[in-house]
Design a protein around this ligand. Structure first.
Ligand SMILES: [Ca+2]
Ligand SMILES: [Ca+2]
Ligand SMILES: [Ca+2]
Ligand SMILES: [Ca+2]
Length: 612
């Protein structure tokens, strides 16, 4: 937090003598503040009243994105959880002797906030939030922009739902929609004694990394003067190793990036965060807490030549049961508010073969709307595609209309929807809009809208409108301490050609792309495993006293070694003469920690060594 005087005080002093009944002067102020942190604003320090009259705060108008409290001389400001950027508040002061008040002064704020960041490495640009509700700012603006920088969005929001029975058959439910209430909170599940404002500030955070940031760290961590970026030095594994995946270069099971350890991410760019359903009571579903901690990563590939990968966002959710309960009939759902540009003319569907629920425009030309940019004559389609699990049900419900098919109000209704059961406990059924149809079914609109085969919104000629949907998986058993990892993709397709109506051409292209994403995912399983140098080296003894031996199978003219101190300065180097086993004299080094790098001219390995 910084503040400075905008107008010279001495100039004001010069005109003091003319002013028996002049109003006091409140000068503008400037502060850098931080989301959720309460700062004291000493705004009167650059203000004055004439003739050294005493003065006090008279009126304070709050900022757009924060809460305030104030007394005669100080303002206490707490910026909102989800806002970042410029904001301002206003105040005036009162001369306590002549009772005149000042003009309004402005306090300009720059609000810093690490609770969200943007995936922007390919044709989709989206906002990722630490609290678990994705793509919108919890206020009015959403970002799942496709194509990137077009100003047009394909999804409004996404959030996690879950429900299960414990060993005593008590139902536990968590689920967010639009943050009217909240069931999920940023941060790990801890002993409640640790849930305080400091925890809230520290964990209201995401970590964004490019693979290139990590590559840079891997090749420069030993360089003198190297300063690693904050998201590498403060990767959550630095707090608790199990909080985030990392490569343990020195094998000590702790995340020490200064020793060459590095974060493990998927894709070319990733945003990582931790959230839980334990921090507070559930005010969205009113459900009983499950005690889950979720480690989530959204990631993307920058592949301009591959229009499928370049139009896909991936997500990975590792859900850890940190409670003492053994859960059964555990269902997990992803709630998606598809908004294909203009939200008032959309449809949804399910493709059970492709493990996907998708949204598409009901009409060949996207509607226009004062709030949202539209896609015009070539509306796209977008899916949520389960990658490493089978979907067990899909359903859509509305904010209005036939009561049993509207938004859930209480925990049992959220749990019903996770199992494709309406609010009144009747099951989703085949035909019309899935209520009162011809027999129970687990998936809504599984027909093909492009060909007209089966049950779809096109076959029913449904009224167009705003659509959202829930894609669920289960039932699972999840005992205390166990975890489950679910991965899905958000696949986007906008067809520019085709034999059908443009909106349905996009559905067909979407299905082709989903199939490609399934192949990519299945083929690349394991391929994302970190590519470590392929040279095998043994270095011993370690700790050592005077000599160390390098043993390897390298047959190269350029087989060399370098020894670095903990400041990254090279202290010894040379070529390895005998390729199989070479003893190096390190008598001249002081006792302490060093790193030895052995290279074959291309690859290298680095090991920590200790001189006793
Ligand atoms: Ca001031
Ligand atoms: Ca380590
Ligand atoms: Ca639309
Ligand atoms: Ca919608």
């Amino acid at each position: 937090m910084k503040s400075f005087t905008l107008l010279s005080f001495s100039l004001c002093m010069a005109i003091l003598s003319f002013a028996q009944d002049k109003a006091p002067i409140a000068e503008d102020d400037y502060y850098e503040v931080f989301s959720l942190r309460t700062d004291t604003l000493h705004v009167l320090e650059n203000d004055f009243a004439y003739n050294e009259h005493p003065f006090k705060l008279l009126q304070v108008l709050p900022p757009m994105h924060g809460k305030i409290d104030w007394d005669d001389s100080l303002i206490y400001l707490t910026p909102n959880m989800h806002f970042k950027g410029a904001d301002s508040l206003k105040y005036r002061i009162l001369d306590l002797e002549n009772n005149l008040m000042s003009e309004m002064a402005t306090i300009y704020l720059e609000v810093e906030n690490k609770s969200f960041d943007t995936l922007n490495t390919n044709n989709i640009r989206c906002r990722i939030n630490a609290c678990g509700v994705q793509f919108w700012d919890m206020d009015d603006v959403n970002m799942f922009e496709a194509p990137a920088n077009s100003g047009v969005n394909a999804i409004f929001s996404q959030s996690l739902w879950m429900g299960a029975f414990d060993q005593d058959d008590v139902l536990h439910v968590a689920g967010d929609t639009y943050r009217w209430g909240a069931d999920f909170f940023p941060g790990p599940k801890l002993d409640p004694i640790n849930y305080n404002s400091e925890y809230d500030i520290n964990w209201n955070r995401v970590w964004m990394l490019h693979q290139s940031d990590i590559d840079f760290h891997r090749s420069h961590w030993q360089d003198a003067g190297y300063e690693m970026i904050e998201n590498i030095s403060e990767w959550p594994a630095a707090i608790v190793p199990s909080y985030a995946p990392f490569y343990d270069m020195d094998g000590d099971e702790n995340y020490m990036p200064e020793n060459g350890d590095f974060p493990l991410i998927k894709g070319d760019q990733a945003i990582y965060f931790i959230f839980n359903d334990d921090r507070d009571e559930h005010t969205q579903t009113d459900g009983v807490k499950l005690g889950m901690e979720i480690h989530a990563m959204y990631y993307a590939y920058n592949r301009p030549a591959d229009s499928t990968l370049n139009n896909t966002i991936f997500a990975s959710y590792k859900i850890i049961n940190k409670s003492e309960n053994d859960y059964h009939d555990y269902y997990i759902g992803f709630y998606n508010d598809f908004d294909i540009g203009c939200p008032w003319d959309d449809y949804v569907g399910t493709d059970t073969i492709l493990n996907s629920m998708y949204g598409y425009n009901a009409t060949p030309i996207d509607c226009s709307n004062q709030y949202a940019e539209n896609y015009g004559s070539l509306p796209p389609a977008i899916s949520v595609t389960a990658l490493n699990f089978d979907i067990s049900s899909t359903i859509t419900f509305q904010g209005w209309g036939l009561v049993p098919t509207t938004d859930p109000q209480i925990d049992t209704e959220y749990y019903n929807y996770l199992k494709a059961i309406w609010r009144d406990s009747t099951h989703l059924s085949y035909g019309e809009q899935g209520y009162g149809g011809t027999g129970p079914i687990n998936f809504i609109y599984p027909g093909n809208p492009a060909t007209g085969a089966g049950w779809s919104e096109v076959s029913e000629n449904n009224e167009i409108g705003d659509r959202r949907g829930l894609l669920s998986a289960g039932p699972y058993n999840l005992n205390a301490g166990e975890s489950i990892e679910l991965e899905f993709a958000l696949v986007f397709a906008r067809a520019y050609t085709g034999l059908n109506l443009p909106n349905l051409n996009s559905v067909e292209l979407l299905k082709e792309r989903i199939a490609e994403i399934h192949s990519f995912y299945n083929e690349s399983l394991g391929e994302d495993e970190i590519q470590l140098p392929k040279i095998e080296v043994e270095i011993y003894p370690n700790p050592f006293s005077d000599f160390i031996t390098i043993k390897s199978e390298i047959n190269s003219q350029n087989h060399s070694y370098s020894v670095f101190n903990i400041l990254g300065e090279e202290v010894v180097s040379g070529t390895v003469q005998n390729n199989n086993q070479s003893q190096i004299n390190l008598k001249k080094l002081n006792k302490g920690i060093y790193f030895i790098r052995v290279s074959d001219g291309g690859n290298f390995v680095t090991r920590k060594i200790i001189k006793n």
